[in-house]
Design a protein around this ligand. Structure first.
Ligand SMILES: Nc1ncnc2c1ncn2[C@@H]1O[C@H](COP(=O)(O)OP(=O)(O)OP(=O)(O)O)[C@@H](O)[C@H]1O
Length: 252
């Protein structure tokens, strides 16, 4: 479904160029949920943004269902994959109601039955109709992320790209949003890529996980191996040990 080959992304910065992603290759099958983990600055978000067409690849290719994507995405390409960001407050328009924000993508894509689609989208993310004419600041963080997820799914994409979708939320709300994403993924047969620094979040939602460091993809392992602490790279073993240590400390 998604085929990434030799992807590199270079940014122009003061004093020259910086390579955020170097020669990354992986594939995600239709209906599969793939995770990308790594420390801050390892290039995880840049891979996701390149797939979404928000940053340009300096080398390599991105293909969806065997079709190579170009830097300029067609409306069809844009509709097919939708992104949910870490901070719903930043991704939603502060002065537009939930209703308006859900209608906007429908208008851009020229889809029919907006009334019905908005009602269905709110129901799909378990938001009661009373929130429909509220503004983002009148919602809780979890409710705002539900709106952002509804806005992504209202276009019925095949691919959902998730960039740290729960890390800006209170711990008590994180599990609710993760369970919602897991349910929607299963119900709709979505292919998804989730970026997170939190191994527990990735293990909850993904079947396979790629580990990034310094812009490179170090290894790919299945979630069972991750749970058992069976990794090839010393760096991955350190990440696993750190996340287990953290959980033990926070449980104590
Ligand atoms: N638009 C940009 N311009 C210049 N440098 C950038 C840009 N976007 C990302 N970078 C740099 O690329 C590297 C990788 O960033 P990226 O955001 O992909 O990492 P990340 O693993 O997702 O980290 P985080 O979890 O902190 O977002 C970093 O060094 C970052 O500073």
């Amino acid at each position: 479904m998604i085929d990434i080959r030799g992807l590199s992304v270079t940014f122009r910065v003061a004093g020259g160029l910086t390579t955020a992603v170097r020669d990354v290759s992986f594939s995600v099958a239709a209906g599969e949920s793939f995770g990308i983990v790594g420390e801050s600055g390892s290039g995880k978000s840049t891979v996701l943004r390149a797939i979404a067409g928000l940053v340009e690849a300096s080398a390599g290719s991105i293909a969806i269902e065997g079709r190579m994507l170009t830097a300029r995405r067609s409306p069809g390409d844009r509709r097919m994959q939708q992104l949910v960001f870490q901070d719903p407050y930043a991704s939603l328009h502060p002065r537009q109601t939930v209703d308006r924000q859900l209608r906007e993508p429908l208008e851009i894509q020229g889809l029919d039955r907006p009334e019905q689609r908005v009602t269905e989208a709110l129901a799909a993310v378990d938001l009661s109709p009373q929130y429909r004419y509220r503004f983002p600041h009148q919602l809780s963080g979890g409710q705002r992320q539900r709106v952002a997820i509804a806005r992504a799914l209202i276009l019925a994409p095949a691919i959902l790209l998730l960039d740290e979708p729960t890390s800006a939320l209170d711990v008590s709300v994180q599990a609710e949003i993760l369970n919602l994403l897991a349910r929607l993924r299963a119900e709709r047969g979505l292919t998804s890529i989730l970026v997170s620094h939190d191994l527990a979040v990735v293990a909850h939602l993904c079947a396979r996980v790629g580990v990034m460091r310094g812009g490179r993809l170090l290894e790919i392992l299945d979630v069972e191996s991750l749970r058992k602490g069976e990794a090839r790279e010393a760096y991955t073993l350190d990440l696993i040990a750190m996340s287990q240590g953290y959980r033990r400390t926070s449980a104590a």
